[in-house]
Design a protein around this ligand. Structure first.
Ligand code: ZN
Ligand code: ZN
Length: 259
C-alpha cells in the first residue's frame, strides 16, 4: 500500500480523490500518475474515461475496491450507451480540457460554502444541469473570481488544512483563495426545488439519461434555447460547454415559463 491512501468521501469526484491521493503521497497528479505507470490517463477526461487498468492500480495501492473507485467516476451517470468523444465528452457532463496546457473550458463547478468546510469536489458539480447547492442555498461558481480561469482540481496542489493534507483552495493561475469572495444565494424557491431534484438524480448513481424527469428537462432546455435571446447567451454551443452564467439564465427562463 502507498504511504498516503485517503478514503474517498461519499459523492466525491474521481479526479478530486485522485488529487488528494497524489498530494498525500507528496506529488502533483501528473508526476504521481507517471510514477505508477499511468501517465497517459490524463490525455482524456479521467472522470469519464478512467480505464480498468488505472482503477486496478489505484485499488491495489490504496486498499479500495475497483467497484468503489468506479462509483467516483462519471461513467455510471453517462450510461452504457454513451461513447465518450475524443477528449471524453458525453451528454449531461460539463466538458473539460484534459491535460495541463489548454485552459478554456469551465468544466468543474463548486459551492464556495462546501469548499470552505472541506476542500474536495463533489461528483454532482460536473453535471451541466447542476447550477446551485441546495444544502447551502448558494449558486455555484465555475471559475476563479479574480482571473476568471477555470477551476482545475489536479492543478490546485496540496496544502495542510487543520493538520490534514488536503487540496489547496488557491487558484492555480493567480493564487487567490477561490473561496475568498461573497457567495450568491439562490433566492427563488423554484430554483431550489429544481436543484434538490437534479442533485438527487445525480447522487442516485443511475444513468441520467434513463430518468424520465431528466429526459423531459433536456427536451425543455433544447426547446427554449431556440429562443433568440437565449441563443445569444449560449452562442449555440452545446449546453455541456456553456458557462455557468449562461446555463443559469437558461434554467431560470425555463423555470419561469413553467409557472
Ligand atoms: Zn454547498
Ligand atoms: Zn485566479
Amino acid at each position: 500500500m502507498w504511504p498516503g491512501h485517503p478514503r474517498p468521501y461519499a459523492d466525491e469526484l474521481f479526479s478530486s480523490w485522485l488529487a488528494r491521493l497524489a498530494s498525500s503521497n507528496g506529488l502533483p497528479v501528473r508526476h504521481f500518475l507517471t510514477a505508477i505507470g499511468q501517465g497517459p490517463s490524463w490525455e482524456r477526461d479521467p472522470d469519464v474515461t478512467a480505464s480498468t487498468p488505472l482503477l486496478r492500480t489505484l485499488a491495489e495501492g490504496t486498499g479500495q475496491s475497483i467497484e468503489a473507485l468506479r462509483t467516483l467516476t462519471l461513467a455510471p451517470l453517462a450510461g452504457p450507451q454513451e461513447t465518450p468523444g475524443v477528449s471524453g465528452d458525453v451528454s449531461w457532463i460539463l466538458q473539460m480540457d484534459p491535460g495541463y496546457r489548454r485552459r478554456r473550458r469551465h468544466g468543474l463547478q463548486a459551492c464556495l460554502r462546501c469548499l470552505k468546510e472541506a476542500t474536495w469536489f463533489k461528483k454532482q458539480w460536473r453535471c451541466a444541469y447542476v447550477v446551485a447547492c441546495s444544502l447551502h442555498d448558494q449558486i455555484l461558481v465555475d471559475r476563479c473570481h479574480a482571473c476568471q480561469k477555470p477551476i482545475r482540481v489536479w492543478q490546485l496542489g496540496g496544502e495542510k488544512q487543520g493538520g490534514i493534507l488536503s487540496i489547496s483552495r488557491r487558484c492555480f493561475t493567480c493564487k487567490v483563495d477561490l473561496t475568498d469572495t461573497a457567495p450568491v444565494s439562490i433566492q427563488e424557491r423554484s430554483l431550489w426545488n429544481y436543484s434538490c431534484e437534479i442533485e438527487g438524480m445525480v447522487t442516485s448513481g443511475r444513468a441520467i439519461a434513463e430518468s424520465p424527469w431528466c429526459r423531459r428537462l433536456g427536451e425543455s432546455i433544447r426547446a427554449i434555447r431556440r429562443d433568440d435571446v437565449l441563443r445569444k447567451v449560449s452562442a449555440r454551443v452545446p449546453f455541456e460547454r456553456c458557462s455557468l452564467a449562461a446555463r443559469l439564465t437558461i434554467i431560470r427562463t425555463l423555470l419561469q415559463t413553467k409557472k
